[in-house]
Unconditional design. Structure first.
Length: 318
């Protein structure tokens, strides 16, 4: 199956359960094909957990696809996530008991309800695809993806994610409330319960990995790469920001643009991909001088200013 067909099958499958959220699902599927982790921030009850379960069920095949859910709470400990060495009295040796993070899809539910010490247990595995316990490193299966959900920071009993943690998420997305027609469909079908129980895999792991490889090879013109570099650099020198985006953000931006092109049926990146991705990829990585200001507004302005310098033939204006 071609990579664009794999993406279309995954997108169509998620839309059976998540109603009226096409753009959100396109970005989510793009992040998955780019090999990135996703942070979904929204109010309770909008389907954040359901979308992670849906994606896990849509990828199957002969190779077992492992899905694990971690409910983050204030009393959670780091080894509850990573695993721990336990002493076996029969063999008189320590034996590693893997934690739930060693899975294909890990749902970190309400991640900001755990303490910073527990949140940091995800740092190594998200960046380096390994968990180190003692002197031994353990790797999760491929593909590996973390989908974290969080309630808004102003909610009671939450701990803001540190910059190092946020920088490991390729995108930060928000579902928002469904429109009237979508909500009527939800009332009629109850997709999170009845639909999810009947959902069958639409692609296998081999097809998914092949599509990921194809997405990484999508053509991106040099002028668009320069625009990405300039947009990210602008966040570092803009007067509104005290912390700009990192080089990791530049890589994530390019990888996400290539994957979004595949999701939209193309084998090349266009400037519209950059415009759509700038806020989800960059806004959560920057810090503002004015805490009341919105990073999204400044990111859009920076992105549009840079895109406007690109001609239709791919070259840049002076």
């Amino acid at each position: 199956m071609k990579s664009e067909n794999v993406a279309a099958a995954l997108l169509e499958g998620t839309q059976r359960i998540i109603k009226g959220k096409r753009e959100f699902l396109e970005l989510l599927v793009a992040a998955i094909f780019a090999g990135g982790h996703v942070l979904v921030e929204d109010n309770p009850g909008l389907g954040k957990t359901t979308v992670a379960k849906t994606l896990a069920k849509l990828i199957g095949g002969k190779k077992k696809f492992i899905f694990k859910r971690i409910q983050f709470t204030p009393d959670l400990l780091p080894y509850d996530i990573t695993g721990v060495d336990v002493f076996d009295p029969k063999t008189l040796k320590f034996r590693f008991m893997p934690g739930p993070v060693l899975a294909n899809v890990v749902l970190a539910d309400e991640i900001n309800r755990a303490t910073p010490k527990v949140q940091s247990a995800l740092l190594e595995v998200m960046a380096e695809r390994q968990v180190t316990i003692g002197q031994v490193s353990h790797r999760p299966p491929e593909p590996f993806l973390v989908i974290a959900t969080e309630n808004p920071i102003e909610s009671e009993g939450t701990f803001p994610l540190p910059a190092a943690q946020l920088d490991r998420f390729m995108m930060k997305l928000s579902m928002g409330y469904p429109d009237r027609n979508a909500e009527l469909t939800i009332l009629d079908e109850n997709p999170a319960e009845e639909g999810l129980a009947k959902l069958e895999p639409v692609i296998d792991v081999t097809e998914f990995l092949a599509a990921k490889k194809a997405a990484a090879a999508v053509f991106c013109h040099q002028s668009l790469k320069e625009a990405i570099a300039d947009i990210v650099r602008d966040t570092r020198i803009h007067r509104a920001f005290t912390l700009g985006a990192s080089p990791r953000a530049s890589l994530h931006f390019l990888e996400a643009a290539r994957a979004l092109a595949v999701v939209r049926g193309r084998n090349y990146v266009i400037d519209e991909d950059l415009a759509m991705l700038a806020v989800p990829v960059l806004a959560h990585r920057v810090r503002l001088r004015d805490p009341k200001a919105q990073a999204e507004k400044f990111i859009r302005e920076i992105c549009l200013a840079r895109i406007c310098t690109i001609k239709t033939d791919g070259t840049k204006t002076k």
